[in-house]
Design a binder for this molecule. Structure first.
Ligand code: PLP
Length: 420
C-alpha cells in the first residue's frame, strides 16, 4: 500500500491552494453612461426587440476624421456593401461630398443606379449579371456611370460580346493583383492581351485599375515585413499603370486608379499613381476594424437586445448540472446567466462589461445565454449591447436601423434587402 507522507500531503494541499488562488477573479460592471443613455433612448423609442443601432454623431465624426486623414490628397470612394442602407449611404455621400461608390452585388447596383453615381464594381460580375443589369436598369443604359471590373482576357471577351450584342458602350476597369492573390491580372502578358482586346473594340472604354491590398494590414508590422508588402503592392500597381500608359496614352489622365480599403487606407499618402481610396467599414467600425491604423475612429454601430430571463444562477441542463456547478466554482465569471432575445450573431457582447457566451451551454439564435459575474446587475428587460464584427451583411439582419443622435432615437433607416 502506498505510504502517504506528511510532506506529500502538505505538498498537494499547497498545490490545491495555489490553483484555487489562480481562479479567474470576478470582472464586469453595469452599463457606463454611454450605454445607459443609449438603453434609455431605446426604451423611450419603444424598442424591445433585437435592433441594430447606428450612432450618427460617431458616424459623422468617423467620416470627418477619415476625410481629414486623406487630406484631399486622394479621392474617397464609399464602399456600399459595408454601409448597406440607402439612407446610410446617402448620409455618408452628402457628408463626403462625393458621388463615388464601390458596389459588390447586382441587387445593390440596381438599387443605386437611379442615383447615377460614379460606380466602380468591387468584384468582377459574371457577364450574365451585367446583361441582367442592362435589362432591368431604369432609364437610359448609356446614362449609367458604371465601371465594370474585369479580371481576365476571357471575361473581357464576354463583356465585349455583350457590348456588341446589346449595342452598349461599356466602361471597364481592370482588376490587378497587387499581392492579395484573390484574382486579378497577375502578369504583364495578361494585361497586354486585355489591352489588345480593348483596343480592337470601340464599344469598350478602359476606365482605370483597381488593386486591393487587404493582405498588407494582416502582415505583422515587424522587421519591415509590412512595409515590404506595401512597397510590393505599390510597385506592382505603378508597373501595370505604366504599361497601360504606354498602350493607351491619354486615357490614363482621367483614369480611376482605385486602391486600399478600411484596413489600409492610412498607408497611402497620394504620392503614387493611385488616385482614390475605398472606405466603408471603418465609418461604422465593427470589431474586426479595431486596429492600430484605425485607432482614431470610434465604434458607431451596435446590436441592442433585451434580457429575457435572469435565473438565480448559471446552471447547465439536467443531467450535466454538475458541469455548471464546477464552472461556477472555478470561474466566478460564470456565476450568473442572462438569457437574451436572439443571439448567435456575428458580434461580441460589449456592454455591460464582462459578459461572454458560454462554451459549455452553447449558443442559440433564439435565446442565447450570456454568463457573467453578476456585477453587471442586469434585470429582465434591460438591454445588452453587442458590437458586430463587421457591418457588411450584419446591418441587414435586424430590420429598420435605429439612428441614435443627441441622446435619442431620431429616425429609422431601412437596410437594403439581404441579397447576395
Ligand atoms: C475591392 C475592395 N476594395 C475595398 C474594400 C474595403 O471595404 P471596406 O472599407 O468596407 O472594408 C473591399 C472590401 O472587401 C474590397 O473587396
Amino acid at each position: 500500500m502506498a505510504h502517504i507522507t506528511r510532506r506529500a500531503l502538505l505538498g498537494s494541499a499547497g498545490l490545491g491552494l495555489l490553483a484555487w488562488g489562480a481562479r479567474p477573479g470576478p470582472t464586469g460592471a453595469p452599463h457606463d453612461t454611454y450605454f445607459s443613455n443609449l438603453s434609455q433612448a431605446l426604451k423611450r423609442a419603444g424598442i424591445g426587440t433585437p435592433t441594430l443601432v447606428i450612432d450618427r454623431q460617431r458616424l459623422h465624426a468617423n467620416v470627418n476624421q477619415i476625410l481629414r486623414n486623406i487630406g484631399g490628397r486622394m479621392q474617397l470612394r464609399v464602399v456600399a456593401k459595408s454601409l448597406p442602407s440607402m439612407a446610410l449611404i446617402h448620409d455618408v455621400l452628402s457628408l463626403t461630398k462625393t458621388d463615388r461608390l464601390m458596389v459588390f452585388s447586382l441587387p445593390q447596383l440596381l438599387q443605386l443606379a437611379p442615383d447615377r453615381a460614379n460606380t466602380l464594381l468591387g468584384k468582377p460580375m459574371p457577364v450574365t449579371a451585367a446583361a441582367q443589369f442592362y435589362r432591368q436598369v431604369p432609364g437610359n443604359p448609356a446614362d449609367q456611370k458604371v465601371q465594370w471590373l474585369v479580371d481576365t482576357p476571357q471575361r473581357l471577351v464576354q463583356y465585349r460580346d455583350l457590348a456588341r450584342q446589346q449595342q452598349l458602350s461599356l466602361a471597364v476597369n481592370f482588376e490587378i493583383d497587387v499581392g492579395l492573390h484573390r484574382g486579378g491580372i497577375d502578369s504583364a502578358q495578361s494585361l497586354q492581351d486585355m489591352l489588345a482586346i480593348l483596343q480592337s473594340e470601340p464599344r469598350l472604354r478602359w476606365s482605370g485599375l483597381m488593386g486591393y491590398d487587404a493582405h498588407v494590414a494582416k502582415i505583422p508590422d515587424v522587421a519591415g515585413l509590412r512595409q515590404k508588402a506595401m512597397d510590393h503592392a505599390r510597385q506592382t500597381y505603378a508597373a501595370y499603370a505604366q504599361q497601360v500608359q504606354a498602350a493607351l496614352g491619354n486615357a490614363v489622365g482621367t483614369a480611376t486608379f482605385n486602391a486600399g480599403g478600411s484596413p489600409t487606407y492610412r498607408l497611402y499618402d497620394g504620392s503614387g499613381v493611385e488616385n482614390e481610396l475605398s472606405v466603408g467599414s471603418a465609418m461604422v467600425k465593427g470589431l474586426d476594424f479595431d486596429t492600430p491604423l484605425l485607432a482614431d475612429l470610434q465604434a458607431a454601430t451596435f446590436i441592442a437586445t433585451p434580457v429575457l430571463k435572469v435565473p438565480r444562477q448559471f446552471r447547465m441542463p439536467y443531467g450535466v448540472e454538475v458541469l455548471g456547478d464546477a464552472a461556477r466554482i472555478w470561474d466566478r465569471n460564470q456565476e450568473q446567466a442572462y438569457f437574451i432575445y436572439g443571439g448567435n450573431w456575428l458580434a461580441e457582447p460589449v456592454s455591460p462589461a464582462g459578459l461572454a457566451g458560454s462554451g459549455l451551454y452553447g449558443t442559440s439564435s433564439n435565446q442565447q445565454v450570456l454568463v457573467g459575474s453578476g456585477l453587471q446587475q442586469l434585470q429582465v428587460d434591460d438591454m445588452v449591447f453587442f458590437r458586430p464584427r463587421q457591418s457588411e451583411a450584419v446591418l441587414q439582419q435586424f430590420g429598420d436601423i435605429a439612428v441614435y443622435e443627441d441622446g435619442k432615437i431620431s429616425q429609422f433607416w431601412k437596410p437594403m434587402a439581404a441579397t447576395a
